[in-house]
Design a protein around this ligand. Structure first.
Ligand code: UFG
Length: 337
């Protein structure tokens, strides 16, 4: 079976994808510098996968370290997760975002080229669509970034398009994620943000477990059914399986692809809170506050292409997303530490 290098392997999406790839029979080499993740993930992966994970501690910005990794392992393809992802922080620290997200992508691709590896799955984001011209977003929707983080993803996509155009041996999957939530069904791995969570689900689970007093709902006067923001939440294990489908497509069809990974339906903040209360049996106190600057009112995916091209579609519903997020948070109230 092919060997896949995962950059950012100890992160939220990386760790879940690691398990999904192993279940599908792939060999996995994980790489992470733990700049935004915990080394304890590796113990959990060992327990869940039944074997010691093959792991390299290195930064994707370190060319010499990457050369070492590609020399020690016979890599067939790379899934490139390693990136920073907080919108607010990206505005305050643009250089660190460009260095890690854009610089790290370039050095990873350079190392791949030096070692003859030309197959990559790239973590992109629905944020590259910018202000909706229409909804749902399909893959031909115009692209526009709304902040520094979004620009790093847009530039990353473009770099890979230029690379692919320069050498047809490169095969790339541009995966545009919607809003990943949930956790592995075991409750042993999950999302463990450092500091105050920026995203809705980890904030909700921290309220449920008593780490935060109440949820702030950012805006109650949007033009949506209940006035709160609407997003396309998808289960992180479905997202992980989407990577397996994309890799198979690249390796078997030898064709690049740009694909949305979402469920195709939208859920409001208050609908998510209600579903979480049902799944957890815990009340989630909330207050409706000002809109968060830069937030879009609503967006969700047209998920048709993923089904037609990759044979992938999300299988887990909102109740499962909430139940699995809660299982992870309730059994690990302070995350990995
Ligand atoms: N929200 C709250 N309270 C919170 C956090 C979020 O009400 O404490 C609301 C937001 O206003 C939004 C919804 O919950 O309506 C989802 O917010 P998230 O921060 O979880 O997700 P976003 O859609 O804003 O952001 C996500 C990714 C970004 C990415 C963006 C677009 O986290 O990295 O999608 O793809 F840029």
């Amino acid at each position: 079976m092919p060997t896949v290098l995962l950059t950012g392997a100890a992160g939220y999406i990386g760790s879940h994808t690691w398990l999904a790839l192993q279940s599908a029979g792939f060999e996995v080499v994980g790489l992470d510098d733990f700049s935004n993740s915990s080394a304890r993930v590796l113990d959990r992966l060992k327990e869940l996968g039944g074997r010691t994970p093959v792991f390299e501690r290195a930064s994707v910005t370190d060319a010499a370290a990457l050369d070492g990794v590609f020399s020690r392992h016979r890599i067939d393809a790379v899934v490139h997760f390693a990136a920073f992802k907080a919108v607010g922080e990206s505005t305050a620290q643009p250089l660190s975002y460009y260095a890690n997200n854009v610089g790290g992508l370039v050095s990873t691709c350079e190392a791949m080229r030096r070692h003859g590896v030309k197959t990559m799955v790239f973590s992109s984001s629905a944020t590259v669509y910018g202000e909706p011209k229409y909804l749902p977003y399909d893959e031909v929707h115009p692209l526009a970034a709304m902040n520094v983080y979004g620009r790093t993803k847009l530039f990353g996509e473009q770099i890979l398009r230029d690379l692919e155009a320069s050498d047809p041996a490169w095969k790339v999957a541009w995966l545009r994620y919607f809003n990943p939530v949930g956790a592995h069904e075991s409750g042993r791995i999950g999302e463990d943000p450092r500091g105050t969570p920026n995203n809705l689900m980890p904030y909700v689970t921290q309220v449920a477990v008593g780490r935060r007093e109440f949820l702030q709902v950012f805006g109650g006067d949007y033009d949506t059914p209940d006035g709160t923001g609407v997003r396309d939440y998808l289960h992180v294990m479905d997202l992980a399986e989407g990577h397996v489908a994309a890799l198979r497509h690249l390796l078997e069809q030898r064709a690049s692809a740009t694909v949305n990974l979402g469920t195709g339906s939208g859920t409001s903040v208050l609908q998510l809170v209600a579903a979480f209360e049902r799944a957890s049996g815990r009340p989630i106190p909330y207050r409706i506050v000002e809109r968060r600057p830069g937030d879009l009112p609503a967006f969700w995916a047209d998920a048709t292409l993923a089904r037609e091209l990759l044979g992938w579609q999300a299988r887990r519903d909102l109740a499962a997303m909430c139940a699995d997020s809660w299982r992870w948070q309730s059994r690990n109230p302070t995350g990995y530490d």
